[in-house]
Design a protein around this ligand. Structure first.
Ligand SMILES: [Zn+2]
Ligand SMILES: [Zn+2]
Length: 259
């Protein structure tokens, strides 16, 4: 059994939950611990039921909740060494966490999953996407990348379940009153994916393979759900039907579940 749900995703905070045969884990912890606990209690669970958290990179919208995890030393915190060191140096309390450091690109097994943390271009020490192989099901987490590399595209094409960043609308970003430097950073090859970048990648996926696509990490100020909707309408029906836009305001996505 594999079950997946985004708890929240936007430029303000990112966290997702999955359950593989009764083993529960989080991807990123970029929201407050109370929100995580509220989500878990809606499932009659608590953080004591979470075995691991897989961190993508050290930006606070992906790890700010981690500072409270010291109360739960059983939770294994997976990250590569540069990311773990960056988090520990900026938030000293996280030094106490139960860190499990991997090397980007080294595949490892955990909770019956085969996990491949792969490199993505983002302006942090060593950002990763995650490729989770759960038996015959492949789930990929792909947010916070400035461009779709050959590696990232090949990971996405192998996924039945894909979480893909669709961060900004270029026109809305240009028209916003954000400083020029920040606009350049977001649009740069180590920044974030635009709606067009995301849709271009989706158009290369095999609609017969994909079961569920979550478009996530959507900017609240520089994107709109209707703009994304317009672009999605250009995709083939079979692919379009599997896409869900994760609202950057409401957060919680639907549940994907397979027995
Ligand atoms: Zn982010
Ligand atoms: Zn980031």
């Amino acid at each position: 059994m594999f079950e997946f749900q985004v708890i929240e995703s936007s430029s303000a905070g990112n966290c997702a939950f999955f359950n593989y045969n009764g083993n529960c884990a989080l991807i990123d912890a970029g929201i407050g611990i109370r929100k995580i606990e509220k989500f878990l209690s809606s499932r009659n669970m608590g953080l004591s039921d979470i075995k691991a958290v897989f961190i993508t990179h050290e930006h606070s919208d992906h790890c700010k909740g981690l500072q409270s995890f010291y109360k739960y030393p059983h939770i294994e915190v997976f990250a590569n060494i540069p990311t773990a060191e960056a988090i520990k140096s900026s938030v000293p309390r996280t030094k106490q966490l139960n860190w499990k450091c991997f090397r980007t690109g080294d595949i490892f097994d955990f909770m019956g999953l085969s996990i491949n943390p792969f490199s993505i271009p983002h302006d942090t020490s060593d950002a990763v996407g995650y490729f989770f192989c759960a038996g015959s099901l492949h789930a990929v987490w792909l947010t916070d990348l400035g461009k779709v590399t050959t590696l990232a595209a090949s990971m996405a094409r192998q996924a039945e379940v894909l979480v893909l960043e669709s961060n900004f609308c270029p026109q809305m970003l240009d028209a916003s009153d954000r400083p020029y430097k920040l606009k350049s950073r977001i649009k740069g090859s180590q920044g974030h994916l635009s709606n067009e970048d995301a849709i271009n990648l989706l158009s290369t996926l095999d609609p017969q393979k994909v079961r569920k696509i979550y478009l996530a990490h959507i900017s609240r100020e520089c994107n709109s759900l209707s703009k994304i909707g317009e672009l999605i309408s250009t995709l083939p029906d079979t692919l379009r039907d599997s896409i869900e836009i994760v609202s950057p305001v409401e957060g919680l996505s639907s549940v994907f579940r397979i027995e």
